[in-house]
Write a protein that binds this ligand. Sequence first.
Ligand code: PGA
Length: 257
Amino acid sequence: MRKTIIAGNWKMYKTISEAIELVNALKRELFKLDGDDIDIVLCPPFTALSNVFETLAESNMQLGAQDVFWEEEGAFTGEVSCRMLKDAGCKFVIIGHSERRQYFGETNESVNKKVKAVLKEGLVPIMCVGETIGERERGLTFEVLENHLKGGLKDISAQEAENLVIAYEPVWAIGTGKTATPDQAQEAHKYIRRTLATMYGSELASSIRIQYGGSVKAENISGIMQQEDVDGALVGGASLKTESFAAIVKKASEVIK
Ligand code: PGA
């Protein structure tokens, strides 16, 4: 049994006071859910991490960051280390989001260094993989997924991989309102799990959680979650409002497979 994990990626939204307001409202909406049944993760921008952590205290929600740098410390202006994220209360770190690959030069090599650093610090990486529309149209989806997985997880042992979360995020579905159909999501997730099985064996692959991300809303979460290999969602736009994020979390928690 894989525990459902719903994460909100706030991207570059929310000042500290806006972040606190959202967290307090989510606490009121979601307090009945049991944190033993579902991981609810909030990933605010760096500036709000610490305040969100304080506001989350004793709730059923956990904290995540949107990126990290792999070095432990040093003269790296503008960067933040894994230890700093842990110190701010983070348990999860999103790595290799397509926006970072597209706008900030993230590559499989840098993703790999970040995943290693995050695991070493005892944090959970949420490693993003996914194809562009052009790649899908050219029939390259599986190839891209395999490349992202094998590149991002290079030299990572089975023991380390146990703590991994993968997010399948087709780039064409991110922020576009175009969600993958449940069948398209399942097809990609199944392929990801099969690839993980070739790398780590089927037992471990069957324990790794794979989230779907890309225009997830309250209206489409149930159909996606019902798919065998979908274990949760990484939610962007719809995680910025109490009503939509709370509805997604509640609906996801109701899906029993
Ligand atoms: P979206 O973003 O839900 O706004 O499509 C998802 C993501 O980028 O993680």
